[in-house]
Each structure stands twice: as C-alpha cells, then as structure tokens.
Design a protein around this ligand. Structure first.
Ligand code: PDD
Length: 295
C-alpha cells in the first residue's frame, strides 16, 4: 500500500490524501491520467509518458499543471518517499473542484493533481509472463452504453463547451445514420411537420430519462399523438417545435438548431402546454408521508 500520496502540492499520509466531493474528476471523469513503470527505482519512458500526458491534456483544453521538470521531480519524489523499487507511479490531473456544472470552470479554478506510487512484485509479473495469460474477446463498448447513467461525462462536458462556443445551451448528438440520439444532458424531442410528437425509442444510444417517461404519461393523458421513432437533423430543422427534457429543465423549448430557426423561432404551443401540465402528473415525495408511516 502506498504510504505517501501527493495531492495538490503536498505529500500527504495515505489516510489524509483527499480530493473534494465536487472534483470534476469524480463528477465528470474530466481528467487525464498516466501510469509509468518504475524499475530499479527509475521511471521507465517518462519522456514518452509526459509527452502523451501533455497531448491528452491539450486535447481536452487543459494545460500541464507545472513545468515538466517540476512534474518529473514530483513523480520521482513520490517514488522515493514510498521506497518503490519496482512498481508503478500513477498520476491524475483533473479540471479541479467547483459546484457541478458541465461547462468548464474559469482559470481561477486550480487543477487537481494526484500522484501515487505503488510497489509491484517483479517476480510475480515474471512468473505470469513465463506462464502466459488467456484473453476473452467482446464487442468494444467504449463507450456505446449511453443508457447507463455513468459519471463518465467528459464527452458531454466537451459537447456543451462546443455548444456554448456557438451561443447554444445544449448539444444534440447524432448517430451514424444521421438520427438525433439525445442531448448532452437531456432527451431530444420534436413536434414533426405532421404535428406528431417524436422522440427516439429507448435503446443503448440514449439515457431513459425519467422526465421523458413521465412526459409520455402526460402526452397520453392529453390525448396527443406520440411516435417513439428516431428523427434526422433535417426533420428536426423542419419541425414545428423542438424541445428537451431533463430533471434540471423539465420541458424546455428549443428555438434554433445549428442556427436554423425552429417553427416561428419562439417556444411553440405544444411545448408550452406539456411544460405547464408536467407537474400535474409527477410523483411527489415529501417527508410527511414517510414520517407518518414511521409513527
Ligand atoms: N442529465 N440524457 C442524458 C445524457 C442526461 O444526462 C439526462 C439527465 C437525460 C434526462 O434524464 P432525466 O429526465 O432523468 O433527468 C437524458 C442530468 C439532469 C444531468 O446530468 O444534469
């Protein structure tokens, strides 16, 4: 077990090495990591690992948290303080801590930097290599399971940044067939040219939004027509109305897609009606019934 872990400029005892609950690495997977072999006390291929680190950081608009020479010193110091001869040194850099928001924080938020060194038995690794290992094949799932509400939200965060750069509040993802899947943090809907509500059926390409499910109840109570069918960007742009749903925004009308005005360019009557009716249908939980049951 490591004894000393580097966290944000300090070499801390294992039990005191903490990162904040609102760290973006924890909440969004918004960070980069590297693992470097340590052999006979030396870092192996550190230059190449630091090159890849710099590249990975650059790809998600982050910078090296300190000059390379200083970083290499920290890595060696963590290895030294943990007396690791053979093993690995692991480093992780996240975009820092601040109240949860998909958009990147400003430069006032400092990155989180963690370095952990861990011993490993060279004899055990050599024994494994002498025997050889088995592998199993499976479809590459990285990351095609949007139906799972994982905290691996970096792609969503990057998409929201790209949307913000164009003056948009949400990003809509499009699959290989040209169909809209869903928003970066919401489900996507249209009222198509024929006046029917349309949203993609639930599959592995979208999250089964709770707001979406409740809205389907609302739609059926109001006797409106719903097609759970995928729609293309062209259909969305030609739609009478478009909107998104999520617990953070209920039903929120979309008035432009890629700069193209939707309908009259103002929230449409169906979206407004659904938004107004939504809270008539929802389940409400308060403390009262829970307390009443306990008594
Ligand atoms: N996001 N699709 C994605 C990718 C989402 O992240 C969300 C919600 C939804 C809508 O799900 P629901 O109706 O259950 O909120 C669909 C939350 C609000 C978020 O990450 O902030």
């Amino acid at each position: 077990m490591p004894r000393i872990i580097y966290v944000n400029g300090r070499y801390l005892a294992y039990g005191a090495a903490m990162v904040h609950a609102e760290d973006r690495g924890f909440q969004f997977g918004d960070g980069i990591y590297e693992v470097i072999e340590v052999r006979d006390g030396a870092l192996i291929d550190a230059t190449r690992h630091l090159d890849r680190l710099a590249r990975s950081l650059g790809e998600i608009a982050m910078e090296m948290p300190m000059p390379r020479v200083a970083f290499a010193h920290v890595l060696r110091e963590v290895v030294r303080r943990n007396r690791v001869t053979d093993g690995t040194v692991y480093l992780q850099i996240t975009r820092g801590t601040r109240p949860r928001d998909f958009l990147f924080p400003g430069p006032e938020v400092r990155q989180t930097v963690v370095v952990v060194a861990r011993p490993a038995s060279r004899a055990a690794a050599d024994a494994r290599a002498a025997t050889g290992i088995a592998v199993k094949t499976l479809a590459d799932p990285r990351w095609a399971r949007c139906d799972i509400k994982t905290v691996m939200l970096l792609p969503a965060s990057l998409a929201k940044e790209a949307a913000r750069a164009e003056g948009a509040k949400e990003a809509w993802f499009v699959d290989e067939a040209g169909h809209v899947t869903e928003g970066a943090s919401s489900n996507a809907w249209i009222v198509d040219a024929a006046g029917r509500l349309r949203t993609r059926p639930t599959d592995e390409a979208i999250l089964r939004g709770v707001t979406r499910t409740t809205l389907i109840d609302v739609i059926s109570r109001l006797g409106l027509e719903l097609l759970e069918e995928p729609f293309t960007i062209a259909e969305a742009k030609a739609a009478r109305e478009a909107f998104i749903t999520a617990a953070t925004n209920v039903v929120t009308p979309v008035i432009a897609i890629d700069g193209v005005r939707i309908g009259d360019g103002v929230p449409g009557p169906v979206s407004r009606r659904l938004r107004a009716a939504f809270h008539d249908v929802v389940e409400r939980s308060t403390n009262e019934p829970v307390l009443a049951r306990k008594c």
